[in-house]
Design a protein around this ligand. Sequence first.
Ligand SMILES: Nc1ncnc2c1ncn2[C@@H]1O[C@H](COP(=O)(O)OP(=O)(O)OP(=O)(O)O)[C@@H](O)[C@H]1O
Ligand SMILES: [Mg+2]
Length: 261
Amino acid sequence: MTRMKGTAKTVNDTGNSSMVRARDLCKHYGKDAGLVRAVDHVDLDVAPGQTLAIMGPSGCGKSTLLHLLGGLDRPSAGELWLAGQRLDQMSERGMAALRRDAVGFVFQAFHLMDELTAVENVELPLLLAGRSARNSRRRAIDLLEQVGLADRARHLPSQLSGGQRQRAAIARALANEPLVVLADEPTGNLDSEATLEVLRLLDSLHQAGQTVVIVTHDSRIAATADRLISMRDGVFVDDTRLTGGTAGELGALAGLTTLDD
Ligand SMILES: Nc1ncnc2c1ncn2[C@@H]1O[C@H](COP(=O)(O)OP(=O)(O)OP(=O)(O)O)[C@@H](O)[C@H]1O
Ligand SMILES: [Mg+2]
């Protein structure tokens, strides 16, 4: 295994090219009559650069699965790799480094730090990863520019619209150049215009070759993915390749290819 940078990022040289790989992955809560099989013997391979959308009814295990993939939670059983690194056997320390360096999380409720400005929120993971203050600030400003928020850098989250907050959260998720971006209902709290902004941004990540897994109830978001998995009761019930991608009809359906583009 070859170390890339930081402590948790490595390039896969285990003979498997998946960015995310799960075998027989389980997360069970409770026991006996109270047993919940939130994730139940799931096998998954996500190729580098793939955008995968996961849909399914409330309670089917989408968030639980995403938390496992990002090292926020540990599986009850099964095997899990991120870029060839085994997660299910990793130490707490290793997991913390992995969450910081190799995974970018985007949540429905943004989870920005209220008392920090947009630029401070984005630079925080850079500082935590050991970058200099100057370097971190420069990169944070670049990232805010990338998500169209350069003029809001010094605003507090409370001074930003929902869509702007989510774009700041996406900039933060990208700070340490994650191997994978995991987004849980990223547009769940947004109106349709802000949803479109976030949709475009996620699409630009896709175009740039970022590996992305998005849990969503929004079929427009799902339609921009390369692949759509439907989940029910902790298992995958359907796995479809979406060949059109954002360049084709599906992208048009999602409103990504409008005349003013
Ligand atoms: N800490 C926990 N203890 C016990 N059961 C849990 C726990 N966390 C989740 N569950 C259960 O696991 C199942 C899957 O939950 P999960 O949050 O992954 O669903 P979801 O698909 O993300 O739903 P939603 O669309 O509503 O966000 C649910 O039945 C839930 O009640
Ligand atoms: Mg959920």
